[in-house]
Write a protein that binds this ligand. Structure first.
Ligand code: FES
Length: 166
């Protein structure tokens, strides 16, 4: 069965071919993972944060699709030099807009990228033992979606293992 290629816009294709800030950051202040390694849709965010809670630099590793690589790349570009409080306000919709739109079946890839960013910010404050007023206690939409996707991936990989063992 042949699959029709997804209608990615040129900006996504360019970011996929030449992603910015791709790679592990050895001196990261904080690291966050979203997704599930067993299904391959996994993303790791690295942030270097200065003493004034400003993001000095950001990088990522992605084991997801073109949309995930493109959205992660643009997120790392958007947040460079931003205060954590402002980076926290970035929504998956603004990221989708920044890459010029995504096919709707690929929205979750952008949501995962923002979910990883928000996890990194949360982890940073957790490690510091502080909780700024603007950091909502409840998980954001993107964080909830990341958890749902991880749960689903776990169920699927368990099912696949069970099938293989039959
Ligand atoms: S990251 Fe899973 S399909 Fe894009």
């Amino acid at each position: 069965m042949s699959r029709t290629p997804l209608p990615y816009n040129p900006k996504i294709l360019e970011l996929f071919r030449n992603p910015k800030n791709l790679g592990k950051m050895e001196d990261a202040t904080v690291t966050a993972v979203a997704g599930n390694p067993s299904c391959g849709d996994m993303i790791i965010f690295y942030l270097k944060i200065d003493s004034k809670d400003v993001i000095e630099k950001a990088s990522f590793e992605s084991y997801g699709c073109a949309a995930n690589i493109a959205t992660s790349s643009i997120v790392t570009e958007m947040i460079k030099g931003m205060k954590l409080e402002d980076a926290w306000k970035i929504s998956w919709k603004s990221v989708v807009e920044a890459v010029g739109g995504l096919p709707s079946v690929k929205f979750h890839c952008g949501i995962l990228a923002v979910g990883a960013l928000k996890r990194a910010i949360r982890t940073y404050y957790k490690n510091k033992g502080v909780s700024p007023d603007w950091l909502m206690k409840e998980p954001t939409f993107e964080e909830k979606q990341a958890v749902e996707e991880e749960e689903l991936a776990k169920i699927l990989s368990k099912r696949m293992k069970a099938e293989e063992e039959k």
